[in-house]
Write a protein that binds this ligand. Structure first.
Ligand SMILES: [Ca+2]
Length: 98
């Protein structure tokens, strides 16, 4: 289960790329939506200062940025980093550095 804050509401997901926006009282704020790219075993979800959804997946290993509607904006294979990142199990964004 993935949960993060975006503004004054929650975004929740089940790890397979399906997301839902909820009010903090649990009321659905729209229909569920899917992240581009299908199944990825999403292990972490955060929102950056631009309002993009940022995820880490570990099958395959990747770091992805999505528009608020779930459209893929950019993606990197985290195994290509100079210090490979494998089995990422979460992500947090420090608002002081983004
Ligand atoms: Ca996994």
């Amino acid at each position: 289960m993935l949960v993060t804050l975006q503004g004054n509401h929650l975004i929740v997901g089940g790890g397979a790329g399906n997301m839902q926006r909820l009010a903090t009282d649990g009321e659905a704020l729209g229909p569920p939506f899917a992240l581009d790219g299908g199944w990825a075993d999403t292990e972490g979800l955060s929102v950056n200062a631009q309002g993009e959804l940022v995820t880490v997946e570990d099958d395959p290993e990747r770091l992805s940025w999505f528009a608020p509607d779930g459209a893929l904006l950019r993606r990197i294979d985290t195994m290509d980093l100079s210090a490979p990142l494998t089995e990422a199990q979460g992500i947090a964004i420090d608002p002081r550095t983004c």
